[in-house]
Design a protein. Sequence first.
Length: 221
Amino acid sequence: MILNSRHFICFLVLLYPMNGNVLNKTEWKENVILVDADYVDKVAFDLIVNFERMIGRRIPQADMAKWLECIALDGGMKYPTTSTQPTEPVQQTQVILLHQKQQMDNFQPSALADVDGKAFSGPLGEFLISCVPVEEMVTAEDLFIDSMQIICNSGDVKRVMVIPDADHIYNKVRAGLRHADDNKHITVFSMQPMEGGNYRQEILGYSLMAALGIRAEEIKN
């Protein structure tokens, strides 16, 4: 199976196991994207419905790989510089998809089992994907906040991109990041500007529109 994207050239099985224990890893990559997958899928659905009415054409499922690259760019990641050193390590980004549903209906690929433990390569390097289900003993809200704090407290992590259900838990996200290391580059994504904290904010809709193939000229008056 390959990711449906013009920009990414390979889809490969990782050499280490990915499961619910990923949050207890002692080693993290420098770049981490933490996603409430159910929330993002719902937002993608709302955008599809609204923009199909607005621009009068069918909008396909969001390209998962392209969306993650857009999130990384909005989170401040840069394209690696061209190097003549073949041994220079590839830039890597860990993606943690927290979920209750078994698939993201409005994304391609959709089935989370198909992307768990996989990776794709592109201009920004490798993106390593883990899908972590919400177990019965914890709420989705608590799992997200706990995961966010585990990641932000890791000395290995330098850049964190956080995509929560901002409509419901934004205040807890802001409180949870209050004591984050000032040296961490943290970006929180939401659909509209929110009351600030000690982190950057970006609008989630822009990356989703790009992944859905919605062009700026289509929505201009």
